[in-house]
Design a protein around this ligand. Structure first.
Ligand code: 0O2
Length: 221
């Protein structure tokens, strides 16, 4: 490569990475708007936390190699859909699906794929709702549809996944079955906790509505 070519490659690479940063910024802004507006209309905030990351060039190329994807920007763009990642923690399971519907309803977002690991947990117990979507990114000379992986989970699911990641990440040896069973049991406990909190949330909501209806009836008497 001569100097000019090298400059061009470097520039394209930087713009490639920037497009994912812009896509992540767009999604986090959209979710933050939904959060604020929902809080205002319903006096309730379904979102506990929003985190995001863009995969490093090293791990993008590692993944491309592992998956046998051609090492060109076009091919990586098309086949690796989790370069941009947004993770959202919700308060309750029902909030996850409500948020999914709100995201899907946005005109400029296309949901390409969705994996429901809540309804169908992974064998190790992992739970989360994954959406692969595209969002348009407008740049000075082009518009691009950029893939973003959105993971939506409860705080309990996030707690389990974060610690599991910490415990097993880069552990290259075979994990004894006893530990795998314990890990799965811990995921089931987290799911049980979610169900309990959801039931409490629903009951308190019903009580509050009954109370508000009584107040309204008294006012109208
Ligand atoms: P990191 O470090 O979080 O970025 P693939 O993405 O192709 O390898 P697949 O099946 O297409 O695999 O994707 P999947 O399973 O829908 O989602 C992959 C991402 O979900 C992971 O990204 C994790 O963030 C999360 N995830 C999936 N399974 C587990 C799990 O068992 N434990 C934990 N803690 N997280 C999980 P990365 O890039 O692998 O990791």
């Amino acid at each position: 490569l001569d100097r000019a070519q090298l400059k061009y490659v470097k520039q394209e690479m930087t713009r490639f990475m920037m497009s994912y940063k812009f896509a992540v910024d767009q999604i986090t802004t959209k979710v933050d708007i939904l959060k604020q507006e929902f809080q205002y209309i319903h006096d309730y905030n379904p979102i506990e936390q929003i985190n995001s990351r863009v995969k490093s060039p090293e791990s993008i190329f590692k993944k491309a190699k592992r998956k046998g994807i051609e090492l060109s920007l076009d091919s990586i763009k098309e086949h690796i859909t989790d370069i941009a990642g947004v993770r959202i923690s919700c308060s309750f399971i029902s909030d996850i699906y409500r948020l999914r519907d709100m995201i899907e309803g946005q005109k400029d977002i296309d949901v390409i794929d969705s994996k429901d690991y809540i309804e169908y947990p992974k064998p190790n117990g992992y739970q989360s709702l994954h959406l692969i979507l595209t969002v348009p990114v407008f740049m000075s000379d082009r518009e691009e549809k950029v893939y973003v992986e959105v993971q939506i989970r409860t705080i309990a699911m996030d707690f389990w996944a974060s610690l599991e990641h910490k415990i097993y990440y880069k552990y290259e040896y075979e994990i004894p079955k006893r530990l795998l069973d314990d890990l799965k049991e811990a995921a089931e406990s987290a799911a049980e906790l979610d169900r309990k909190m959801e039931a409490l949330h629903k009951e308190i909501g019903d009580l509050k509505r009954d109370y508000d209806d009584d107040e309204e009836d008294l006012k109208n008497m």
